[in-house]
Design a protein around this ligand. Structure first.
Ligand code: OOG
Ligand code: NI
Length: 318
């Protein structure tokens, strides 16, 4: 039969983790992402060529429409069923977004496994506050979500297959959304596809385990990093450092026959520093739990723009 392991989450309740199945779903989501996005693939290959020990993912991120059951919960249920715990909410009033992040169960990693076979990543899921959009934008979003009422039940499946849970939009509808919210347009065309994976920088073994070094290395190799508010995003407490590439573009065939490039996914980098109360713990004994956890609204607000036209069309700067 299927091997199951019992896992105790932070609330002390017991949940069963079907590890191999869960990991293979994450693996399919990752495959869709790597096949569509050449930049994340080359960045991962390049980092592995320097640092061949273990590459861990800090988190996976997804976007949703907060309407009619298509929001955060539609995808979160999959992670909750496999032992994840809901953590903090983050609000982005100017972007009309909210997000929740989910902590992984204390499931055992495949010994020395990398990526989706390594320590399970955190999960960051955001949603567009659809009722705050203009009526034209709401009409477009409702048109696609309401005519596909079953899609929301199969969010994880949609992500793993790389298939939209609703019909393909018309190019004019995509444009209408993009004028008001690039996040909305992205979600209409990309659905539940993995928005990014994030490399856990501090868990690398080479000199690339400092985010400034990694950013410099990637820029020297010709990768364009999201420069919104500066390439390096630092939380006010100084403990969470993040950067990201600019999203790749993918050729998208709209339902009206128009084919054009649209923003797809990007890759992110996160370095979590040891918390002040654990400064005395010897380096060899430092665990992930000794480090700055969670996310930061100020950092995230800028990282969202990795899929924006302004960042995509920017010329690379040093
Ligand atoms: C998510 C942006 C925020 C983070 O780690 O704070 C984020 C997105 O672009 O959907 O990834
Ligand atoms: Ni992220």
């Amino acid at each position: 039969g299927v091997s199951m392991s019992t896992n105790r989450d932070s609330h002390g309740s017991s949940s069963h983790v079907a590890e191999p199945f869960f990991r293979s779903v994450l693996g399919q989501m990752e495959t869709v992402y790597l096949n569509r996005n050449p930049t994340p693939r080359s960045v991962l290959d390049l980092v592995r060529s320097v640092d061949d020990e273990q590459l861990c993912y800090d988190h996976l991120a997804f976007r949703t429409f907060g309407i009619g059951g298509y929001g955060i919960d539609s995808l979160a249920s999959f992670f909750l069923d496999y032992g994840y715990t809901q953590m903090d909410e983050l609000r982005f009033p100017a972007k009309k977004l909210r997000a929740l992040w989910f902590a992984p169960p204390h499931a055992s990693a495949v010994l020395g496994g990398s990526g989706v076979n390594g320590p399970l990543p955190r999960v960051f899921i955001s949603e567009l506050l659809v009722e705050q959009m203009s009526s034209q934008t709401q009409d477009v979003i409702r048109k696609y979500t309401e005519t596909s009422p079953n899609g929301k039940k199969y969010a994880a499946l949609s992500s793993a297959l790389g298939s939209l849970p609703w019909e393909k939009p018309q190019s004019s509808e995509f444009e209408q959304l993009a004028r008001e919210s690039e996040y909305a347009a992205w979600t209409l065309a990309n659905g539940y596809a993995l928005n990014h994976v994030t490399i856990s920088v501090h868990r690398l073994k080479s000199h690339l385990n400092k985010i400034k070094k990694l950013n410099q290395f990637l820029e020297e190799k010709g990768f364009k990093l999201n420069s919104e508010g500066g390439v390096l995003k630092v939380s006010p407490d100084g403990g969470l450092l993040q950067s990201s590439t600019v999203a790749d573009s993918i050729s998208f065939k709209f339902s009206d026959g128009v084919t054009k490039p649209i923003p797809c996914s990007y890759i992110e980098f996160a370095e979590r520093l040891v918390l002040p109360q654990f400064q005395n713990v010897p380096e060899s004994e430092i665990k992930e739990s000794h480090r700055r956890d969670g996310f930061e609204v100020g950092n995230a607000d800028k990282i969202f723009e990795s899929t924006n036209q302004e960042q995509l069309s920017r010329r690379r700067t040093g």
